[in-house]
Design a protein around this ligand. Structure first.
Ligand code: ATP
Ligand code: MG
Length: 503
């Protein structure tokens, strides 16, 4: 079993070593105990009829048992399908009908609501699982033996279907192979220098690639231990930090930790802070370095590919960039119209190729053909540039590109100018239908309370720094930007909210 072998190799013979300590309850789980628990989960799944290649859906609060379910599913030859607990019954119905899982593990409090949805989708077996490690899944697990013989799975077999975050449209199910997951974790473990001496603060959700495959797989592959938190909690993270060596977070983790007292002292013994899933403002990077002395290591990835680029462990971690392509990952920038590679330094669509790239979108052959070229290059839909030193910078998503009067306006360029103004917390630039220009530029700006900023004042202040066609025709002040759990700004929601500003 390709992936199980890869993630267990560092802990082989280290069964007594600590894998997880629960940051709230203090419960400790050794590697040996975790692996046996995962074997029991595999036995439960096979008992429920899961055959190799069958999907196992889970929509539950973050728990240690959910990680056991993940590894158990891999051992059983199943395909894990984790779902965001925030999804409504209607959304769950879509995912269950689309992926047709054999088993669905759900939160006990939603059994009445989602049971009928699962039945209608033909799910054979339901289990419950709560964030406090109870539920019918855990009861069933206690009733079977460990020592499960892993089902044979090769590198090309699927280990998971992970739905994308749905930032630009309907979520797509990315089919991820054993090889893609195993190879990417091995690379990350190596370039970020993870070892069994590391203690990782694990506060990310585990229905998303960042917390599930980056954080968990890297820790397991290194034989490291995790301080496991059910979610982001600045006080808990600062309390645990003196015992930790590494933190993986989304940008909002870092901005919130900067606002909490005690960061400088708590971070003194840390080795590594990693950020990804959404752009980290250069300003956050710089403030973090002033307060803690550490340069946050920013990397870039996506559901379909796991990680593609990373700033270096040794060498300059450049604020506002996502670093270099990972070893084994090819990256190129192409013209969105022609698909031809652009000159160094020019903006285009980021394409990647490598063992990390997904197999295709579940049940979406047309979408797969559009985005995954025959020769293996995946068209990410992100726009970026590569500078003379090889650092990759993301300037936005091709779907967020604003075309105003025939000119391309890259939102990030305009956002950077606005964000640099005194009193601005953050901004989001979008396009809105415009009677003359096709699209007009709109900036939604969050100001510090009491900063006294006005839309006209902001427009006047940025005018000297941007060509006329890039200047926002409308500036709208807002209390906050709409974000999802992963800290991603929901530009589609902003576009919908401000579609009428140019009349
Ligand atoms: P969907 O594909 O459904 O629209 P999504 O792309 O947001 O949603 P994910 O796979 O969770 O779903 O996110 C991947 C995206 O996150 C990348 O394509 C990129 O746009 C963004 N991203 C990840 N890391 C970074 C980073 N360090 N800087 C900027 N953007 C990032
Ligand atoms: Mg995407």
């Amino acid at each position: 079993n390709h992936l199980a072998h890869a993630i267990s190799s560092a802990s082989d013979g280290r069964g007594e070593d600590l894998f997880l300590e629960h940051g709230v309850t203090g419960a400790q789980v050794s590697y040996g105990a975790f692996w046996q628990a995962a074997e029991r989960m595999a036995a439960v799944l096979v008992g429920a009829g899961v055959a190799p290649g069958d999907r196992v859906a889970v929509q539950a609060a973050k728990s240690v048992a959910m990680l056991e379910l993940y590894v158990g599913c891999v051992l059983a030859g199943g395909v894990l399908l984790p779902l965001n607990p925030a999804y409504t019954a209607g959304e769950v119905a879509y995912f269950l009908n689309d992926a047709a899982p054999r088993v669905f593990v759900l939160a006990p409090e939603r059994e009445d609501e989602l049971g009928p949805v699962a039945a209608a989708a033909g799910v054979a077996r339901l289990f419950t699982l709560a964030g406090d490690e109870t539920g019918t899944l855990v009861t069933a697990q206690a009733g079977v033996d460990a020592g499960f013989q892993p089902v044979r799975r090769g590198p090309e077999d699927l280990a998971a279907i992970l739905y994308t975050s749905g930032t630009t449209g309907r979520s797509k199910g990315a089919m991820l192979t054993h090889r893609a997951l195993a190879s990417n974790s091995a690379t990350l473990c190596d370039i970020w220098r993870f070892s069994h001496e590391d203690v990782l603060i694990h506060a990310l959700p585990i229905f998303h690639t960042h917390g599930l495959f980056v954080a968990t797989n890297v820790a397991m592959m290194a034989g490291a231990s995790c301080l496991f938190l059910p979610g982001f909690d600045a006080d808990a993270i600062l309390r645990l930090m003196p015992r930790a060596t590494a933190l993986m977070g989304v940008p909002t983790f870092y901005t919130r930790l900067l606002a909490a007292p005690g960061l400088a002292g708590a971070s003194a013994g840390m080795r590594l802070f990693i950020s990804g899933s959404a752009p980290l403002l250069a300003e956050t990077h710089e403030r973090w370095r002033e307060v803690t002395g550490h340069a946050i290591l920013e990397r870039y990835g996506m559901t379909e590919t796991n990680m593609n680029t990373s700033n270096p462990y040794d060498g300059a971690r450049r604020p506002g960039t996502v670093g270099f392509p990972l070893p084994g990952v090819e990256l190129r920038i192409t013209d969105p119209e022609t698909g031809v590679e652009v000159a160094r330094g020019e903006i285009g669509v980021i394409e990647v190729r490598g063992p990390n790239v997904f197999y295709g979108y579940w049940n979406m052959p047309d979408k797969t053909r559009e985005e995954l070229r025959d020769d293996g290059w995946f068209i990410t839909g992100d726009l970026g540039t590569v500078d003379a030193d090889g650092y990759v910078t993301i300037v936005g998503r091709s779907k967020d590109l604003v075309i105003s009067g025939g000119f391309n306006v890259y939102p990030k360029e305009v956002e950077a100018v606005i964000d640099a103004l005194d009193g601005v917390v953050e901004s989001a630039v979008i396009g809105a239908p415009h009677p003359d220009f096709g699209e007009g530029v709109v900036a939604v700006v969050v100001a510090e309370p009491g900063a006294g900023l006005t839309p006209d004042g902001i427009r006047a202040a940025i005018a000297p720094h941007l060509a006329r066609f890039k200047q926002p025709g409308r500036v709208i002040l807002a209390d906050a930007l709409p974000r999802n759990t992963m800290g991603k700004v929901q530009k589609a929601a902003l576009r919908a909210a401000h579609a009428g500003v140019f009349g």
